[in-house]
Design a protein around this ligand. Structure first.
Ligand SMILES: [Zn+2]
Length: 199
């Protein structure tokens, strides 16, 4: 398998997470598992974000983004994976666990990770719109909020970001095609109406 450059930019680590962003290594494998979860979200028409929870080097829970299908604004990939992990362990706290997610977590998910006392979150692409691990705010760097959870970004960030870009590009193309079709039908309808008027 070709090595993938992590392409990390300076200042991507936060919350005291060590700069553990070398290409290759086990964290790339876990991020690929998270990417497979993101693909499951895409297959259902949801924004493709995926997550896995790892304990002692083993994936114990998985989750993908599914707020639309579930009519649930909290059904982000991280929340789904955290709930599954807590259920597996029979514990509402997840000390010693790491969560891998393809996109920088939002405020809600970051808060849930802190409540779970997660040891570490590793994310792929940055989210300049809602990222709460340094892009918009850095909750993990706040000592009043966070005593337990380290945050590391930029793992397979190109792969993770490219999946999101491809998803939104395909959605835009689909809505353009639908608009063109509506316009065609409107023109055809107007011609028909015009024909009747003239006759
Ligand atoms: Zn979230």
């Amino acid at each position: 398998m070709p090595e993938v450059q992590s392409g990390v930019q300076p200042g991507m680590q936060s919350g005291g997470g060590e700069p553990d962003v070398r290409a290759g290594g086990p964290q790339d494998g876990f991020m690929r598992e998270a990417l497979a979860e993101a693909q499951r979200a895409w297959d259902l028409g949801e924004v493709p974000v995926g997550a896995v929870v790892v304990k002692d080097g083993v994936v114990i829970a998985r989750g993908f983004n599914q707020p639309i299908a579930g009519h649930d604004p909290t059904a982000h990939a991280e929340i789904v994976a955290l709930r599954a992990a807590a259920s597996v362990l029979g514990n509402y706290r997840l000390p010693g666990c790491e969560l891998y997610v393809t996109l920088e977590p939002c405020v809600m998910c970051s808060g849930a990770m802190m409540h779970a006392r997660l040891a570490k979150v590793v994310y792929g692409a940055r989210d300049p719109k809602t990222g709460a691990a340094g892009s918009v705010v850095d909750l993990f760097a706040s000592p009043q909020l966070n005593h337990h959870t380290a945050a590391v970004g930029g793992v397979l960030d190109e792969d993770c970001g490219n999946m999101l870009k491809a998803f939104f590009a395909s959605r835009r193309a689909a809505s353009r095609a639908a608009r063109t079709e509506r316009e065609k039908q409107a023109i055809a309808g107007a011609r028909l109406a015009g024909g009747h008027g003239a006759g």
